[in-house]
Design a protein around this ligand. Structure first.
Ligand code: AP5
Length: 222
């Protein structure tokens, strides 16, 4: 039975969250997940979990991620397939960070993954840079903060679980520049791709998180 506080979007809602690094995709995805009971599948988080293992694969991944490049499809696609086959995806999911190229988008189609909406989080490039530099992430639970805009109550400590907050390796200035270049070249063409398929929703993400969340939900309900 559905709890009273749970809200539904439809029978099945497979969503893509699109946007530049630092546009706030992950922050909004975590909130939408709580509200609609569909999981957030962040390919960045899947990869960062793998990095913790200190294996040959993790060293290979590190070389791509710490330099701001995309990891090869031969690594990320099998990981994503395993995740999508889990039971919690039956009612839908939010893909946060996938697809990042037209080839990845086409692969979803070939695998029979139907996408209802692609939500674009629109933020000026100057803003995303500042957001990334000031981001802090919890080592234990993955909660995301910003020392300027969304600070934790106690410096360096996660409000939710008391875990230690850290700066990701890929938020060094030179890596941010590379990630933004990769986004412009490889990922931005997806905006047109989903617009042509009439699946694109654009959200003004240059406002406080609560408003971004509200705008996202309103647009998803339209
Ligand atoms: P990934 O982890 O996916 O990083 P990303 O897409 O670059 O996005 P970010 O996590 O940096 O930002 P976000 O948009 O989620 O913003 P956030 O909510 O954190 O990917 C990392 C790497 O993995 C890639 O570079 C690549 O190597 C690899 N990878 C991943 N997927 C891949 C794929 N499909 N193919 C190949 N390689 C892949 O917010 C940012 C900051 O802003 C935070 O501090 C937050 O608190 C703050 N903030 C959020 N919203 C607001 C707001 N409204 N106002 C003010 N501050 C805000």
């Amino acid at each position: 039975m559905r709890r009273k506080s749970q809200v539904t979007l439809g029978d099945k809602m497979n969503l893509i969250f699109l946007g530049a690094p630092g546009s706030g995709k992950g922050t909004v995805a975590k909130k939408v997940t709580e509200k609609f009971s569909i999981p957030q599948i962040s390919t960045g988080d899947l990869l960062r979990e793998e990095l913790k293992k200190d294996s040959r694969l993790s060293w290979e991944l590190k070389s791509y991620m710490d330099s701001g490049k995309l990891v090869p499809d031969s690594i990320i696609v099998p990981m994503l397939k395993v995740r999508l086959s889990k039971k919690d995806c039956e009612k839908g999911f939010i893909l946060d960070g996938f697809p990042r190229t037209i080839a990845q988008a086409e692969l979803l189609g070939k695998e029979g993954v139907k996408i209802e909406k692609a939500v674009l989080f629109d933020v000026p490039m100057k803003e995303v840079y500042d957001r990334i530099v000031n981001r802090r992430t919890c080592k234990s639970c993955g909660a995301v903060y910003n020392i300027l805009t969304i600070p934790p109550k106690k410096e360096g400590v996660c409000d939710k679980c008391g875990g230690e907050l850290y700066s990701r390796e890929d938020q060094r200035p030179e890596v941010i520049t590379k990630r933004l270049e990769v986004y412009a070249k490889e990922t931005e063409p997806l905006i047109e791709y989903y617009r042509e398929k009439k699946k694109l929703i654009k959200v003004d993400a240059n406002q406080i998180p609560e408003k971004v969340l509200q705008a996202t939900i309103e647009k998803l309900r339209e």
